[in-house]
Design a protein around this ligand. Structure first.
Ligand SMILES: Nc1nc2c(ncn2[C@@H]2O[C@H](COP(=O)(O)OP(=O)(O)OP(=O)(O)O)[C@@H](O)[C@H]2O)c(=O)[nH]1
Ligand SMILES: [Mg+2]
Ligand SMILES: [Zn+2]
Length: 351
């Protein structure tokens, strides 16, 4: 509880160039970070790689990799409870305590603990310096958007999105947009596959309005992230769901005056029927953050019934003797392409 009248709590709606718009009971406040927080984030950026590489799994993984891919198979394990957690970097969706400077501006003094987050490995990471990029904090739903065509969907990439959602224990909804465009049979087959796996799959089109009402219903009273590759129509969907929304909010990106159409960072918008919706920039490559190798198989939901059934207790489910998951693939019970996605993610190939 805050008793100091100069302080307010709020939620970060967007941020760019060190300036953040924070939604508070006093309206939207334009804020900067307090110096102490800035310094903590700078240190977090240089945090060394956490966790250790599991030797046996590393060796198995190497079987599938060429030598310069080996490095990439190094994986990050969950933080040890003994480790001091690295300070989080401020993200859209974070709840913060701010000190009012005047009626419309403030200073962010504290970041409140997150209830949830969806993160990936920051594109600027390398083997010595792994950086977490949080796409949205305190969310409870993710809509992963792909298009039927233009750009053609890459379902191996969708599997990566699903994996990071499963790992964060956030139920993903799959939205296949541009349903109005002619598309290949494999797209319909994939829609069938993901529905069978238990995911909600919505076909949508901002041109014909197909699926828009269903999306509106799903978003009500949730804090949802719209994510997916660039150009699939995320921003168009946001506008179709809540017409004029982008115009109603004072966007920080206006500060640069570049007037780009392509989304550059996450932006949270209030929904008139209740809830929040975040549009995010398109993501080309998606590397997982903080998913241990032994957790990866669990993130493929159809593998779960077979976990613990393999001959070797430390089975990596790649192509080992007595692997229950590989057997299920051979028997046609697990989709072969999904298993290939798993192998690629496990071995770090095609990151
Ligand atoms: N045919 C068709 N085109 C669409 C549809 N939705 C969006 N588009 C077009 O697809 C292009 C990209 O749309 P955006 O909404 O900017 O895509 P985005 O996913 O936000 O892209 P980034 O911000 O770069 O990540 C635009 O030219 C839209 O007009 C649709 O349902 N059908
Ligand atoms: Mg966009
Ligand atoms: Zn196995």
């Amino acid at each position: 509880m805050i008793n100091n009248p100069a302080q307010l709590t709020g939620m970060v709606l967007n941020g760019a160039h060190g300036i953040y718009d924070v939604h508070t009971d006093n309206g939207i406040m334009r804020c900067t970070l307090r110096g102490k927080l800035k310094k903590a984030f700078a240190q977090a950026n240089t945090a060394k790689a956490i966790g250790k590489v599991r030797q046996t799994q590393q060796q198995r993984a190497n079987k599938y990799s060429t030598s310069n891919e080996v490095e990439r198979t190094e994986r990050i394990e969950k933080h040890d409870s003994s480790e001091t957690p690295a300070p989080v970097r401020l993200s859209v969706g974070d709840y913060v305590v701010i000190r009012k400077l005047d009626e419309t501006t403030g200073l962010i003094e504290e970041i409140l603990p997150r209830k949830s987050e969806l993160s990936r490995l920051d594109a600027g990471s390398n083997a010595n310096k792994l950086v977490q990029q949080t796409l949205l904090a305190n969310l409870n739903q993710v809509v992963v958007v792909f298009a039927t065509a233009q750009p053609d969907p890459h379902f191996g990439l969708l599997d990566r999105y699903l994996t990071i959602c499963e790992s964060a224990q956030l139920m993903p909804v799959i939205c296949i947009n541009k349903a109005d465009l002619p598309h290949e049979d494999y797209v319909e087959e994939a829609i069938e596959l993901y529905s069978q796996l238990g995911y909600t799959v919505i076909r949508s089109s901002t041109h014909t309005e197909e699926g828009i009402a269903q999306l509106r219903e799903i978003l009500k009273d949730h804090t949802t992230l719209f994510t997916g590759p660039s150009g699939v129509g995320k921003s168009s969907l946001v506008n179709a769901i809540e017409p004029g929304m982008a115009l109603r909010t004072g966007l920080v990106s206006d500060v640069t005056g570049k007037g780009r159409h392509t989304t550059t960072g996450s932006q949270l918008y209030p929904l008139s029927k209740g809830g929040w919706l975040a549009d995010s920039a398109g993501i080309r490559a998606l590397a997982t953050w903080n998913i241990a190798p032994e957790e990866l198989a669990w993130c493929f939901r159809e593998f779960r019934p077979y976990l613990g059934e393999c001959f070797y207790s430390d089975c990596a489910h790649l192509d080992e003797e007595g692997c229950a998951i590989c057997q299920a693939v051979d028997d046609g019970l697990i989709n072969e392409r999904r298993h290939r996605s798993y192998v690629r993610m496990y071995t770090g190939v095609e990151r």
